[in-house]
Design a protein around this ligand. Sequence first.
Ligand SMILES: *[C@@H]1O[C@H](CO)[C@@H](O)[C@H](O)[C@H]1NC(C)=O
Ligand SMILES: *[C@@H]1O[C@H](CO)[C@@H](O)[C@H](O)[C@H]1NC(C)=O
Ligand SMILES: *[C@@H]1O[C@H](CO)[C@@H](O)[C@H](O)[C@H]1NC(C)=O
Ligand SMILES: *[C@@H]1O[C@H](CO)[C@@H](O)[C@H](O)[C@H]1NC(C)=O
Length: 378
Amino acid sequence: MLFDTFRTLALALAVTTQYAFAQRFYGPEDPRLQIQITTQNPINGVSKTPDGRIFVAYARVDGSTGPQIAEWDQTTNTSTAYPNEKWNSYSDGDDPATHFVGINSQRVGPDGNLYVVDKGATAIGGAVMFPYGPKLVVVDTQTNEVSKVYFMGNVTRSNSLLDDVRFNPITGKAYLTDAGSPGLIVLDLLTGNAIRVLDDDASTGATTAVSAEGTLLHLGSKPAFIYADQLELSPNAKYFYYQPASGGMSRIETKLLDQATYNSSLNSNSVLGLFVEPYANTPSTGGTAIDAEGNIYVSDVDSQRIIKIFPNSTMTLLVQDPRLLWVDAMWIDLQHRLWLPAAQLNRGIPFQGKNLEEAPLYVFSIDIGVGPSQIDHA
Ligand SMILES: *[C@@H]1O[C@H](CO)[C@@H](O)[C@H](O)[C@H]1NC(C)=O
Ligand SMILES: *[C@@H]1O[C@H](CO)[C@@H](O)[C@H](O)[C@H]1NC(C)=O
Ligand SMILES: *[C@@H]1O[C@H](CO)[C@@H](O)[C@H](O)[C@H]1NC(C)=O
Ligand SMILES: *[C@@H]1O[C@H](CO)[C@@H](O)[C@H](O)[C@H]1NC(C)=O
């Protein structure tokens, strides 16, 4: 109890003065972490179907080649290109409409299918291939075939980095973040119509570069600004939460995002921006997840910890362990375990110019005593 209070206080201090205190955590290890996957190549996203199939995204920031999306078999500890080799075999000159060009994220959607976000560029900050590079690809997990592709060429820009997706089955919308050209995208899943909202709003942009292990990151010679990146929908669909990777989480009422698809006056002259509320003073973040009670888990890539944000926006420490090196897109499974892919992305080629990742890498999990938010989850 005392210890918990101390931890909460220490965390509050560290979070409010994040730049002064942001530093690498060297130990001790936390025995609650269970190793789920041991891998030679970084995995920056993991998701599961209700019947336990596991899908992973390979970030390839270590310079390795091979599939970007794969199914992981825990009985043999091997992975297989998913949905097949062809989608995963893009090379120069291939049709971007029928290949994964450059995957940023993947997740099992509320319908049990796998949704893959393709930034449509072969590298972070690379040239976006219009119009069929940037897309949301739906793989039917029953037939293991691509069942639908939402092309995002009309709502992305040459500097876009289509980042991640969440779903609102009540209104049939999907929401995506653009980490390259600050903004959000609202996609109608039935019609395929999409609009951009909160373009260049303070809440989708970033005033500082992202940092990790206590060091500001660069892309080439420039500070690495990673705009609207992490996103979550509250379990009752009322709020949409989002933030740049460098932190500072905002929220907006989801209904306003949905209304902007048919009320253009809401989406002009920065009107939507007036409804944005600051939510939590989060640190530099690799990924998030939200549970059935509306608690948001945030991975602090500076200090190798996972912060839990209660719905009243109070932050507390869930776990800190030196092995939690750039935990990226997390996942909560039906067994109440939070999956933590420690991708070491900051040590990869895009940020370092060479590969400084230390294999093997791990996907951990930890019991959080609560299941996933059902609205966005199969
Ligand atoms: C598969 O990998 C996990 C995690 O590293 C390990 O605990 C398990 O023993 C491995 N299983 C086999 C069959 O090698
Ligand atoms: C972009 O919009 C135009 C006009 O509505 C449409 O014809 C075209 O198919 C769209 N392109 C993509 C890639 O969605
Ligand atoms: C459209 O949005 C504007 C700005 O918020 C609002 O004043 C107006 O009532 C809305 N119109 C409709 C039809 O919802
Ligand atoms: C916020 O919620 C948490 C969890 O329910 C609770 O422990 C805490 O006291 C609340 N803090 C405030 C300031 O209301």
